[in-house]
Design a protein around this ligand. Sequence first.
Ligand SMILES: [Zn+2]
Length: 152
Amino acid sequence: MSDQISEERAAAYYIGGIMMVVGVLSFFSVFITGAMHFGDFSNFEERGRSEMLRAFGGMGLIVLGGIIRGIGARGLAGSGVILDPKQAREDLEPYSRMAGGMLKDTLNEADIHLGSGNVPTEEKVVVKVRCSQCGHLNSETAKFCEECGAKQ
Ligand SMILES: [Zn+2]
């Protein structure tokens, strides 16, 4: 039983997700109606109030939905809403196992990222000068050809 996420938590997860979607739609609808009524100042105050409500309501829904979604995914204790380390471990157990693969992927990605971070982004440019006598590529600073000794 404890290896399954409870129905309540699953429901909270999806409700939270839906709230976030509705919030995003509400938030962006402000820009759409704003663009549609651009330059139209009739009912300006009324529409302004409605847009403010939708913008802030949308943001509120996104934040609240995110919290509910997090609680659904990780449980009340697991998401830190209630302080109960033992319960938290139990709450997180199915989630960690499920996320284990994802986490590993993320770590691998981070590793690659860290690895590439060690590679200098600006590659050192080495300028070579070709010897006019023998064609050997000498370093830019060489006074004499490294191959035939001709003056560079
Ligand atoms: Zn040479």
